[in-house]
Design a protein around this ligand. Sequence first.
Ligand code: FES
Length: 266
Amino acid sequence: MPPDAAAGGAPREIMIKTLRYRPDVDSKPAWQTYRVPFTEDMSVLQGLQYIKDHLDGTLSFRWSCRMAICGSCGMMIGGEPKLACMSVLRDYYPGELVIEPLAHFPIERDLVVTVGEFVKKIESIYPYLIPKTARRLDEGEYLQTPLQLARYETFSDCINCMLCYAACPQFGENPDFIGPGAMALLQRYNGDSRDGGEEKRMALVHTENGAWSCTAVGYCSEVCPKQVDPANAVNQNKTRSALDYFLRFLGRSVDVRSAPPGGGAP
Ligand code: FES
């Protein structure tokens, strides 16, 4: 969409410096700068789309919903992990806006990163309800109280944008670390009163690359665009993991879903 003075005020110009890497022609990543006219209401994603439509059709980046739902436009904007559709160009004016691909992920092309390993992590945590008790169709829905919903609802807001991984120094050091996003999703299902798959998922939490690899920096929760608070999910899993360890000595088990919302220990 070309900037239109009638849509949001008189256009100004901002310099957008992006990291470029096209593996078919480039031996290594390099910077390229574009002069982009913008109006007050233009997002960073719209700035990139202006470049693609009017200045350089070879620039590659991911996007879909343009409204912070699909999670595909995550990138480093001004050095911070952000969604391009939720960031506005005016916040970076009059300085030069620097855009890079998400930190800690291999670059596939320009601002597009490789997500295959992230998807494997998500798949590994059994990201679906494993019914505790099977019900016949004629028995109706699996009912849940508002309090039971509150125990995991925050974690269900994750859009898999991977900003928390770009913010996580431990993931930067150790790409095998399961990471904050997968841990939040794991907690979404473990905290669900209808689910019976906790034992399978806790086997992952206890491993070397599970919850205990987290060094508790907490930046993952700061950058989360949906306030999912993955650091809280990791902490709940650490608490649960420690509890499991001690309860094993006592030959007992405990249901964390009796814990208050947001808390770790029952
Ligand atoms: Fe979907 Fe930004 S385009 S989250």
